[in-house]
Design a protein around this ligand. Structure first.
Ligand SMILES: Nc1ncnc2c1ncn2[C@@H]1O[C@H](COP(=O)(O)OP(=O)(O)OP(=O)(O)O)[C@@H](O)[C@H]1O
Ligand SMILES: [Mg+2]
Length: 259
């Protein structure tokens, strides 16, 4: 049964979508079967693969509407990554966004049913959540095995994590006692900035061994993903950002093997 990991943070622009795309690609390149699910109404995940929402393609909203088989919305987003699949959110208008949030408000179990049906086909399912702790994030945390929080490496970074931890602990207590922490990931670290290692030390002091050893650097090659419409691995494998995500994939696999 695949591990289901919610990528969450109430702070925007910290690298949730980038982590889903690039970590997912690296794990699939080392022969893991990976599914990325976009639950963010902004649909950033699909855009990273050049999937335009105007193209009539079934997405999560269609599955939620009619309860049809999830296979209908699964896409192979990159021809050189045959083990990587995605389910785009495919929310095309404000009206559809309202409808999507309403469905998740009144029937969050619809999302749970969709993801439960396909878990068995993958080793890892990463769910890219919006920068809020509202219905989509709550529904995902209700069935996730664990959650992963990217933390942008900047002053007061630790202060941004408290509310996301509290929200996750509340859901663990009320609805999903098995919910674990997959890890905290330091992102956009600028090695040239004098404060970077101090920030990393503070994050490690607060969150201890739950912080991944791998640090994702700030790298313009990573910022090119939406324009290139592919994970960085596919167009600049040796860039610092790509190497960091490869290292993170290896760190995750070695942790899984550890007793
Ligand atoms: N390590 C990095 N180095 C440089 N740019 C990055 C890095 N990671 C992400 N970016 C860029 O920063 C922006 C925000 O990243 P991303 O979209 O992954 O964040 P997010 O947490 O998903 O944002 P949102 O909360 O809005 O969904 C994007 O333009 C992305 O290309
Ligand atoms: Mg995002």
């Amino acid at each position: 049964m695949g591990q289901l990991i919610a990528i969450i943070s109430q702070k925007g622009g910290v690298g949730k979508t980038s982590t889903a795309v690039n970590l997912g690609a690296c794990l699939s390149a080392i022969k893991k079967r990976v599914l990325l699910v976009d639950v963010d109404p902004q649909c950033g995940l699909a855009q990273c693969f050049g999937l335009d929402r105007s193209v009539p393609q079934a997405g999560l909203l269609d599955l939620l509407r009619d309860g049809s088989s999830p296979e209908r919305a699964i896409i192979k987003p990159h021809r050189r990554l045959p083990r990587l699949d995605i389910i785009p959110a495919n929310i095309r208008s404000i009206e559809e966004e309202r409808e999507y949030l309403r469905i998740l408000d009144v029937a969050p179990e619809a999302m749970i049913q969709i993801l439960t049906k396909i878990r068995g086909q993958y080793d890892y399912i990463f769910v890219d959540c919006p920068p809020r702790l509202d219905n989509p994030t709550e529904a995902v945390l209700t069935l996730a095995d664990s959650y992963m929080v990217p933390i942008q490496c900047e002053f007061a970074a630790v202060g941004t994590v408290g509310s996301v931890l509290r929200a996750a602990l509340e859901i663990k207590r009320q609805r999903n006692p098995g919910l674990g922490i997959f890890g905290f990931l330091v992102t956009m670290a600028d090695r040239r900035a004098g404060f970077t290692m101090q920030v990393v030390r503070e994050i490690r002091q607060y969150l201890k061994e739950r912080v991944f050893r791998t640090i994702i650097p700030r790298d313009t090659r990573l910022a090119e993903v939406p324009r290139r419409q592919a994970p960085v691995l596919a167009y600049d494998r040796d860039s610092p950002g790509s190497r960091a995500y490869i290292q993170l994939a290896r760190e995750i696999l070695s942790k899984m093997k550890a007793p």
